[in-house]
Structures are given as structure tokens and as C-alpha cells.
Write a protein that binds this ligand. Structure first.
Ligand SMILES: NC(=O)c1ccc[n+]([C@@H]2O[C@H](COP(=O)([O-])OP(=O)(O)OC[C@H]3O[C@@H](n4cnc5c(N)ncnc54)[C@H](OP(=O)(O)O)[C@@H]3O)[C@@H](O)[C@H]2O)c1
Length: 299
């Protein structure tokens, strides 16, 4: 079975490898063609030079995954001049697997539907670790389109790590809130480790983090990532304490404001990231180290 993939960055390259391992034929386009060619040389994908080539290589009904930055880049690839909407045919499905804002996905789905093309929005969690251990995959879309996508989505996912969350937009809606929650959990770890770092005992933080992975309620993937970062880098000199955000935390807070649902911990976590860009302390380094460890984020 064939699947199309646009974007071979940290996430897309990992997804291609999982599909290849599952026996799928992955036809891939990447802006920097050399990345696609390098994966093709290892037999992981069939590389194409442009979107037209990608669509021509696939037989219908096509499933084409888009795994690029949210916003303008995703918009252009799906709706822009020479983009997927102009190239695909009725019955084909576009899967936006990046972190798009859910109202954008709902809007794009309505536009492509006028051409008989369905859009499935997929929240994809797991970062660079997902390539080996499997991702958590949350999709939104109409049943017929999701049925076409499901084999690919399930093969990306860790066992039991797949959900059809609801209609179009639901996949990115749950991923947005998932990432908002992630901000809160990471901030809590960062504050605790900052206090330990400043405290009166010369505690080996890597050792403590590792110990907490055994029987403690704090046991988690985030703590595991942090343990590895602390063990490898000690006082985390390798990361800047200025912590970026990629939008989902802000969208979660905006959504909560609109619905008048209190999310004080998530809001505080978002503001702490803004604040870190002016200040920068060990808590910022702890956050940055976790982002580097699970997402490969260097800024
Ligand atoms: N990293 C994570 O932990 C993570 C987790 C879940 C979801 N996501 C989401 O997954 C998506 C991809 O993230 P990533 O971490 O894989 O990003 P990435 O490593 O920065 O890769 C970005 C990909 O998009 C392509 N791209 C960037 N700008 C482009 C443009 N103007 N035109 C065409 N292609 C362009 C890049 O091509 P080049 O190779 O030519 O630069 C590359 O293939 C994003 O929506 C992100 O929010 C990321």
C-alpha cells in the first residue's frame, strides 16, 4: 500500500521509517530534496522532486500526509498555487499531521471538500522518540476518509495509541489541549528541579530523577527525558534557558478564555516561558533540556 508524505524533518523522517518498517511504500517530497534522496538511498522512501511528482506516483484514492510547520507553510502546501488542492482528485485524502490550529483545519477541510477531497487532521505526539517507540495519534475527520487513513495512522502509533477523536478539527483540538497540559507538567518539573538546584543539599539531580522513575508518582516520559539530559549534561550548560513555544499553549489559553474555563496552571506555564526569554534560570534550562530530549527542539 502506498502513502504520500510531504516533509522529512524530525517528525516526517521518523514517520517514513515506521511506515517503511511496516511494509508500506512511502512516496516522499521534501523541500530540501537531498533529505528525501538520502532516505531513498536507504530504501526507506521513493523520492520525488515536487508535489506534482508525488501525486503522479500515487494511485487513487491517495492518502497524502503533510508534516511541515503549521501556518503559512501548511496553508501553501494544501491550498496554495500548485498545491495539493490543485493536484489531487475527488476521493483523495490529505492528512495534516502537524500542529495546525484546529480552526484552520476546519476551514481548510471545507475548502478542499468543494473539490471532493477530504482533510483529516491528525495530532501526532511523541516527538523524535516516536520513530522508535511509536507515536500517539489523534485524528479528526469524516468516517470514510478516516477509514482510508487508519491503517497508516495505526502503524505510526504505539499499541493502543490511536484514537478517532471526532469530526474534522477534533484531532488538532485534542492535540492543542494535550500540548497545553504538557506545558503545565513540564513547568512543574522545571520549578521543582530549580528549587532542588538552589536548595541546601548537594543532590545529584540525575540520580534523583532516575530514582523517581522507580515507584514514584512522578514517573513519566518527561522525567525519563530529563533524567537522560541531566545524566549526559550535568548542569545543562548545553541549552539556553530562554524557552520557545510553538503556539499550542497560547491557543489552549485563548480557547479557555473564550469558553470561560479556568486553566491557571497552563496559563502560568505559558507565561513562565515568555518570562524565561527575559530572565533565564535553571528552571528554563530544565524546560529547554526536556524540549531538546523529546522534540529535538534547539530553540
Ligand atoms: N518536533 C516535535 O516534537 C513535534 C511533535 C509533534 C508535532 N510536531 C509538528 O510536526 C510538524 C513538523 O515538525 P518537525 O519537528 O518535523 O519540524 P522540522 O524538523 O523543523 O521539519 C520541518 C519540515 O518542514 C519543511 N519545511 C519547512 N519550511 C518549509 C517551506 N517553507 N516549504 C516547504 N517545506 C518546508 C522542512 O523542509 P526542509 O528539510 O527543506 O527544511 C522539513 O521537512 C510541525 O507542525 C510541528 O509543530 C512536532
Amino acid at each position: 500500500m502506498q502513502v504520500g508524505l510531504i516533509g522529512l524533518g524530525r517528525m516526517g523522517a521518523g514517520m517514513a521509517q515506521r511506515w517503511h518498517a511496516a511494509g508500506y511504500d512511502v512516496v516522499a517530497y521534501n523541500r530540501t530534496v537531498a533529505k528525501a534522496e538520502a532516505l531513498a538511498a536507504r530504501g526507506v522512501v521513493t523520492a520525488v522532486n515536487d508535489l506534482k511528482g508525488l501525486v503522479e506516483k500515487l494511485t487513487g484514492p491517495r492518502v497524502v500526509y503533510v508534516m511541515v510547520p503549521a501556518g503559512e507553510v501548511t496553508e501553501d502546501i494544501i491550498l496554495g498555487q500548485g498545491g495539493l488542492m490543485e493536484l489531487l482528485q475527488a476521493g483523495d485524502v490529505v492528512v495534516d499531521a502537524g500542529n495546525s490550529h484546529y480552526p484552520d483545519s476546519v476551514r481548510r477541510a471545507k475548502i478542499v471538500a468543494q473539490h471532493g477531497i477530504e482533510l483529516v487532521d491528525q495530532g501526532t505526539s511523541g516527538g523524535i522518540l516516536g520513530a522508535t517507540q511509536g507515536y500517539c495519534v489523534m485524528v479528526g475527520g469524516v468516517a470514510a476518509a478516516v477509514a482510508l487513513v487508519e491503517p497508516f495512522a495505526r502503524s505510526l502509533a504505539m499499541e493502543n495509541g490511536y484514537i478517532h477523536a471526532g469530526e474534522v478539527g477534533a484531532g488538532h483540538y485534542v492535540k492543542m489541549i494535550h500540548n497545553g497540559m504538557e506545558y503545565g507538567m513540564m513547568q512543574s518539573l522545571a520549578e521543582g528541579f530549580n528549587l532542588l538546584h538552589e536548595g541546601p543539599y548537594a543532590i545529584d539531580l540525575a540520580d534523583l530523577a532516575k530514582t523517581w522513575q522507580h515507584g514514584s508518582i512522578l514517573q513519566s516520559l518527561l522525567l525519563e527525558v530529563l533524567t537522560d539530559q541531566l545524566r549526559e549534561h550535568g548542569t545543562l550548560e548545553h541549552v539556553s534557558p530562554q524557552v520557545s513555544d510553538s503556539g499550542e499553549g497560547q491557543w489552549t489559553v485563548e480557547e479557555a478564555l473564550q469558553r470561560k474555563v479556568p486553566v491557571p496552571a497552563i496559563t502560568a506555564a505559558l507565561f513562565a516561558r515568555y518570562d524565561s526569554r527575559k530572565r533565564g534560570d535553571f528552571a528554563g534550562k530544565v524546560l529547554a533540556a526536556m524540549r531538546l530530549g523529546f522534540g529535538g527542539h534547539t530553540s
